[in-house]
Design a protein around this ligand. Structure first.
Ligand SMILES: Cc1ncc(COP(=O)(O)O)c(C=O)c1O
Length: 390
């Protein structure tokens, strides 16, 4: 199997080469890309740290440590019980298991765009035909349900969505999610919903979960984003379809045996305690609000950029009105004198857009500097002072 490198990962590599100081192990650019919540230390999560007498043994359950599964069900408010919850090495692995279980060569999967790369790569890996459904800015970054319906057919085994969406921050409401599920149901297809940003909505309740909506709904998630704990590898898959979950569990055995890291489970067990979890999540949103407000104000005042304010998460996908490809714009921006890191919309198949993130781990000062540099770049470009180079 040969997986071609994708433009988004290519740009992340360029960003790292140009922006990361290897000697000092720190970023040297204004990072307007941050998608993650505040990161907490082990001491924040477990006062006193990991217990010294913690035995590093396996959890002894094929589906994952039972009390942790129960805790996740309660904290994330899944209507399914812990028997419908499989612990994994992160959302990536949950998505992998779902796609691997559902797709045979020649099958079709419908994958939303813009989105992150993994679902497309998985289709390629499993030799399935990936049909893209485009989110549209005019629809507040939702997709047209009639278009979705027109892509369906007997070979479609799954629809993949990510909501709140990376990179637009769009959320589906109950009725919209239900409509997607109804379309899938007519063809017996599954809906795999990457809900890693669920709980990071800017107002109202957490967006609806597909595991609570559809009998063939598969919710995948982890603590990587909402608690900024991507240094753990602890995720899950929740679904009302017990047989499907069983098949995912069987496959998981050949990747990790049945074990996860006892250390990760211990940290997650403490972090997922309902009150603590939501207190940390809310704190993250509170800290990020200052960044969000700065970007909002900047967008309101810009005659070049416009955005649909994200409904959830710390990512957005603004449009710009300059005659310059997004790849060139982002390359010029990350270099001297601007030193500001944005992701080109073309990596997502959308030209004249950029991905702009404002997560709470990025100091507000850096967001302010980054926006100032973006304004300076726009002025210089209009004055003909920018020489584009690869
Ligand atoms: C939409 C989405 N899903 C999943 C992941 C990876 O999640 P995890 O760290 O839980 O494997 C990311 C990481 O950027 C993401 O953006």
């Amino acid at each position: 199997m040969h997986i071609r490198s994708q433009k988004l990962s290519d740009f992340f590599n360029i960003g790292r080469d140009l922006g990361w100081d290897v000697e000092q192990q720190k970023w040297t650019v204004n990072q307007l890309i941050g998608p993650e919540g505040l990161s907490y230390t082990v001491g924040d999560i477990i006062p006193g740290g990991i217990p010294e007498d913690l035995p590093i043994i396996k959890s002894g359950n094929r589906y994952g440590y039972p009390p942790l599964r129960e805790r996740i069900v309660e904290t994330m408010e899944y209507d399914v019980d812990a028997d419908h919850m499989l612990l994994t090495l992160g959302t990536q692995m949950s998505n992998f298991l779902a796609f691997a279980t559902l797709l045979e060569p020649g099958d079709e999967a419908i994958v939303e765009t813009p989105s992150w790369e993994q679902p497309r790569v998985l289709c390629e890996a499993f030799r399935a035909d990936c049909k893209l459904i485009r989110r549209e800015e005019e629809l507040d970054w939702k997709f047209d349900l009639e278009k979705l319906e027109s892509l369906m057919g007997p070979k479609v085994k799954l629809i993949y969505i990510c909501h709140p969406n990376n990179p637009t921050g769009a959320c589906l409401d109950e009725a919209e999610l239900r409509a997607v599920c109804d379309i899938a149901a007519k063809h017996g297809a599954y809906v795999v919903s990457d809900e890693i940003y669920r709980g990071m909505e800017w107002s109202g309740d957490p967006s609806p979960s597909v595991a609570n909506t559809y009998e063939r709904g598969v919710s995948t998630s982890s603590i990587s984003k909402i608690l900024g704990m991507s240094g753990t590898r602890l995720g899950w898959l929740a679904t009302p379809d017990r047989d499907f979950m069983e098949r995912c569990m069987e496959l998981k055995y050949y990747i990790t045996l049945h074990q996860l890291s006892r250390l990760d489970e211990t940290v997650a067990m403490a972090a997922m305690e309902r009150q603590k979890f939501w207190a940390m999540a809310r704190n993250s949103m509170r800290v990020a609000k200052a960044n969000y407000d700065l970007v909002t104000k900047w967008m309101e005042n810009s005659d070049v950029f416009r955005w649909v304010p994200p409904k959830g998460g710390f990512l957005s996908f603004p449009h710009y009105d300059l005659d310059i490809p997004s790849w060139d714009l982002c390359i010029a921006l990350i270099k001297e004198p601007y030193r500001t890191y944005l992701i080109p919309g073309s990596c997502y198949g959308y030209e004249n857009y950029v991905r702009l993130g404002f997560g709470p781990s990025t100091p507000t000062e850096d967001v302010r500097n980054g926006l100032e540099q973006l304004s300076a770049f726009i002025d210089d470009y209009r004055d003909g002072k920018i020489a584009l180079s690869a």
